[in-house]
Design a protein around this ligand. Structure first.
Ligand code: PLP
Length: 219
């Protein structure tokens, strides 16, 4: 299958899952995860009409996206990997959405950079639903207080929550937990679901899914 066919297949599976979950059409948006793929592989996906992309490293994204964004200005680029505060300035300059806000230090750095660069970035808080020590994200029980801190202390407009369930577990309970936490925080956006489980995530209320290998092929 060509990359365009794989993209269209993923999009039609998203539309089908919306229907079977009684969600409205286009309730779920696709973030095409292009990490490890170069500009030559991303070009055909842009040409096929996809505009929202995800990258997990700031430096890698800097090496390919300024040129791609220059050619197609309505690209929306999401940072979906861990962010260090010394990269906050670069991240704010390049990304449109940062999905991995997970501690006070990074929230403060982002608030300061957005002000300095006069750039409004949409933000998600990442939750470590499986409490995995090697994984980024705030603990589920700390999520409410952290969202309140971001809003009240820093004046940040948090758009939603994001999670990456443990690889070896049934993702459903993790998606359900993220949805419950979001509703407790008054948030309506949920970034959850990847190539292997995006249909499940949509059934649990995902509003965006992050799909890489099902579009670009194996990494
Ligand atoms: C790589 C990655 C994805 C996409 O994973 P696939 O299994 O290739 O679809 C989604 N979310 C995050 C945070 C990632 O790092």
């Amino acid at each position: 299958m060509e990359v365009e066919e794989r993209l269209n297949d993923v999009l039609s599976r998203i539309r089908k899952s919306e229907k079977s979950a009684n969600r409205s059409e286009n309730a779920v948006s696709l973030v095409a995860v292009s990490k490890t793929f170069d500009a030559d592989s991303i070009g055909p996906v842009i040409d096929a009409g996809q505009r929202v992309f995800g990258e997990n490293r700031v430096q890698e994204a800097q090496s390919k996206w300024p040129a791609l964004k220059g050619r197609t200005p309505d690209i929306e680029l999401h940072l979906i990997g861990p962010l260090q505060s010394n990269k906050a300035a670069d991240a704010v300059a390049l990304f449109d959405v940062i999905e991995t806000v997970d501690r006070e230090k990074i929230a403060r750095a982002l608030a300061a950079e957005m002000k300095r660069q006069e750039r409004e970035i949409r933000l998600y808080v990442q939750v470590n639903t499986g409490l995995e020590p090697q994984k980024a994200g705030i603990a589920p029980e700390g999520t409410g207080a952290f969202v309140t801190f971001c809003r009240e202390e820093l004046g940040l407009d948090i758009e939603g929550l994001m999670c990456i369930p443990p690889l070896d577990e049934n993702p459903g309970p993790h998606f359900a937990l993220l949805a419950k936490l979001a509703s407790q925080c008054g948030l309506s956006r949920l970034s959850m679901g990847m190539s292997g489980d995006f249909e499940t995530a949509i059934a649990f209320g995902a509003t965006s899914v992050r799909v890489g290998s099902a579009i670009f092929g194996a990494r």
